[in-house]
Design a protein around this ligand. Sequence first.
Ligand SMILES: [Zn+2]
Length: 278
Amino acid sequence: MEIVIICLLVLGIFLSYHILCAPIEQLVMYHLKKGFASQKNYYREVVSLYIRYFHRLDPEQQEKFLFRTYLFHKSKKFHYVGVRPQTEMPVLISAVAAQLTLGLEKFTLNYFRDIYVLEHDYHYGYYSLPFMGHVDSSGIYLSWTNFLQGIRNNSDSNNVGLHEMAHALAYVNFVTKTEEDKHFKKEFKNFSKVARPVFQEMQKGRKTLLGEYAATNYHEFWAVSVEIFFENPVRFKHELPEVYAALAVLLNQDPIEQIKHKRNIVYKKAEEQVALSA
Ligand SMILES: [Zn+2]
């Protein structure tokens, strides 16, 4: 008799979980959307000012980008170490994460609860050279001066925010396996098929636009590739077309196509205005 009661209880819990799960998720999403709606204008203002990538997106993608920026921001705890906190800091750091993962299904880099913001370059571990940022099991670390320089200059091939988020994305997919994105994992193999040979040649001395640091190890090759993919896509595609194409499939977005698309819209609008004023 006791076994029957226990089984009924387990069945009851199982059924109520499944019945309540969807409404709870809907309620959580309702509150998140409500919170987002009240802050959307501020997010748009900050992101529009600093993140040029945002202007390449169409309105639907911009909405997705801002909402994901908001969700990423809300899911993290930001720590400010020796730097005066400013309200735009967590928004911009979250926006860079949203940029990297916009084409993917999973985007919260969920293993990382803590993000540490430092003022300048800093020393870490036993390394003699100062760091602009790093990722380890305790969190994501970024130096604010370098982060800002990375997003302000859109074509110098340096973007420490994207670089560290690329490490974090690989970490949650391959190390902790806490936020595995099926598409990302599958396509990373295809990316490596064309990228690893280039990396190995670079270790033997081949010079590419990725620079010497990318030849340090394959983790750095990956993170530097991401930076240059967004910062210098035309030269990347010209110099390493197979790696560029694989990266575009892997991240499910193509900066060159985004720029072309935006340009076409601008030209079309200009033509329409000319036609109207003629
Ligand atoms: Zn790195």
